[in-house]
Design a protein around this ligand. Sequence first.
Ligand code: GCU
Length: 424
Amino acid sequence: MSNPVPDIRPNYFEANYDPEKITSYTLEDPLTFVNGQKVTDAGQWAARRREILDIFAGEMFGVEPPPPEVMVTELIDEKSDALAGYAVRSQYRMWFKADKSGPVMDWLVIRPRHATKPVPVILFLNFHGNHQLIPDEDILIPDMWSRDTPERKVFPDRGTMCDPNSNSTMPVGMLLSAGYAVMTACYCQVSPDPNSNETEERYRQENFAYTGVFDLWGKRDEGRMDNPTALGAWAWALSRGLELAGRIPEIDAGRNVVTGCSRLGKAALLAAARDERFAVCVPIQCGGGGATLAKRDFGENIATEMRMFSHWYCRAYKKYERNPAKLLTFDQHLLISAIAPRKVLIAGFDSPWFDTEGEFLACQAASPAWEVCGKPGFPQVPYPADYDTSAIGEYLGYYRRTEGHGIADYDWLRLLKFAGIPEF
Ligand code: GCU
């Protein structure tokens, strides 16, 4: 990391995979305000955290969308003896207008039937529809667009996440047995997520991505550099999910874990950074634009992100793409630090594109935020090998693994151990 930093990184629009070509960079101290003042105690951390969130709103994720004026939730279906009798499985529909017009979200909630007191909840957005969690003929299949099928329709296959051969699994029995409820909704209902090579006009990113809940926020001023983004919208939706959890008497919404994989891991990280009601955050394999450092030029970079996912980030972020190491005035360790003093476990994926070593370094650099709040910081261990859990601290942790890109049983188990398994 001793290479000099050029003004413009040559071929900055290509991903670098050569460790020798990583130029030097400096990371901002989480405990130093932009004006140079230092945070010296927990009391001052709130103001610095606010400053950090404002930087991310203005420069990367766009302004935070306002909470809805109203949120109407309705239990539309319930099975009291689901999963061989172990679970109560419910479906809730959510509207954001009193007259139930406009965008909706459908939440699937599965909770342990035999719990004698309110249970904590694990909450996440899914990619392909709630019906893929468990095989259950009554779970609604969203009638909507999907980026992964040529027909642009959600596949009607149920319970695919119960297939142990799948990259993303849902060991729902284990999670319920550990005393948690799980709840999920499909991210396409919030902001559909077209690929950058979409040719059909109405599905193009610049048109289609800003539908869904964006309809609540009025006409966009395209001249603005900090418009709300898809990642901001998904994070917003997670906060609404938490509010729904608060309306379910059998759930103790104060004890919650927000998770998600890849782009939905980025959303979970942003949600927990912005919304202090999230108690534990486990973003899984979230990589570039999530937990990994953008100044560290390895794998996915700001230029590839802005080219492929223009709707995930606001326009201001593009100004850093020619040389993040030199131009950026913030980095993702600050986003992680905005969760302090709450709990966050960064789950890495050992594929160069995701630069999980950058996630480990980001955790190291975020650690002072916990320490100033009187919590244990990041474990002082070397970069761990795959499946080595030595960097999982009590409040701030990290691990990485190989195998498929998705949330595997291994990740669910790490999540449970980190968040704690309650008595019930
Ligand atoms: C791409 C993208 C990543 C993202 C991933 C996903 O690989 O570059 O940033 O996390 O898609 O969401 O599957």
